[in-house]
Structures are given as structure tokens and as C-alpha cells.
Ligand binder design. Structure first.
Ligand code: SF4
Length: 184
């Protein structure tokens, strides 16, 4: 009984121990382990903005368990802003959209589209706008571009995807209005 009482956190704190740390722990608390205790770590970079904070992606080989700031990154030294801290949810949030949503011109409701169909529609419209608004030269100088199409990349695109997009849009299609949300 005495032994049991000595383990009671309330009594330990009453008898002089600090009210935090060891004195406040129950046996259940002591048995707790971080959910990343057995995780492997992959180093990555937060995709959300141009600061480029280092991240540690904790995973078990199948699933991402958590993402936190990389203490070894000279940029953020282990910290992340609220956007970077929430990047785990880019993959795991139950309201993440996993289907193409489309609202047709004049329409009031969103509908699902098959991905292939959506890709064909985008390609057709870009090609048509480009053809109708192509500028070969201006003031006697060759420009060979179109300003009728613009592209805004999202923050979850990685470096390689952005590189390919820029190649396709400028060198391939002559689209000069190219930007990315991560630039802000
Ligand atoms: S969004 Fe936040 S965490 Fe991500 S790179 Fe920018 S400042 Fe860093």
C-alpha cells in the first residue's frame, strides 16, 4: 500500500516534487513512446514556398507517419511554419480531392470527370487558344509566343515537375505567362 501511495503522482507533487516531469508521470505515461520511435527518416524539402525549409519525413516503408522540420537544415534549423507543419495532410487528409472536379461554362454544379477526358480537354483548349492567338512578330522583331494562355503551378509540384512544365510551356508551346504559387 505504501509503495502504491508513493507512486501516486498527486502525492508526490504534494510532498515537494516539482509539478511537472517525473512527478507528474503515471506508469501509463512512462510507457508511452513517440509514434516515430521506430520510423525511418527521409530528408526532403517543404514544397510550399521559396524559402525551401528542410523536412524530415518519418515513415515505416509503407506510410508516412509524420513530417517535421530538419534540425540540420541551415535554413530552418528544425522549425516549420504552419503550412510546412501541415504538409503531412497533403497526403493523408480525408478531404483531399482524389478525382477531377469540373464545372462547365455557365454551370452551377461541380461534376466528376475521368482523368483522361480532363487531360484531353485541357490539351485541346490550350492548342486552340494558342493557334488563335499566336504572335509571330511584333514591331518587326520575331517573338513567336502567345499571351492567351497562362500557367500557375501549385506548391506541391516538385523541382523536376516544375522543370518539365517550364520546358513544355515556354520552349514547347511559346507560353510566356508562367508562374508558381511557391514563388510568393
Ligand atoms: S511554407 Fe513554411 S515551412 Fe514551407 S518552405 Fe515556406 S516557410 Fe518553410
Amino acid at each position: 500500500m505504501k509503495h502504491l501511495l508513493q507512486r501516486w503522482p498527486f502525492l508526490r507533487q504534494l510532498t515537494g516534487a516539482r509539478a511537472d516531469g517525473e512527478a507528474a508521470m503515471t506508469s501509463h505515461t512512462r510507457a508511452l513512446r513517440p509514434r516515430t520511435a521506430d520510423a525511418q527518416i527521409a530528408r526532403s524539402v517543404c514544397p510550399f514556398c521559396a524559402v525551401g525549409c528542410g523536412q524530415r519525413v518519418h515513415h515505416d516503408g509503407q506510410r508516412i507517419l509524420a513530417i517535421d522540420g530538419d534540425p540540420e537544415s541551415p535554413i530552418n534549423q528544425g522549425t516549420l511554419c504552419p503550412k510546412g507543419s501541415a504538409s503531412h495532410q497533403l497526403l493523408t487528409h480525408d478531404r483531399r480531392l482524389t478525382r477531377v472536379r469540373y464545372r462547365r461554362p455557365g454551370g452551377r454544379d461541380w461534376e466528376d470527370l475521368p482523368l483522361d477526358r480532363a487531360m484531353d480537354m485541357i490539351a485541346d483548349r490550350i492548342w486552340d487558344s494558342r493557334a488563335r492567338n499566336w504572335v509571330d512578330e511584333r514591331d518587326g522583331e520575331p517573338v513567336r509566343h502567345t499571351t492567351a494562355v497562362a500557367h500557375l503551378g501549385g506548391a506541391t509540384l516538385d523541382n523536376e515537375e516544375n522543370y518539365l512544365l517550364k520546358k513544355l510551356l515556354t520552349a514547347g508551346l511559346g507560353v510566356v505567362n508562367v508562374s508558381n504559387q511557391a514563388r510568393i
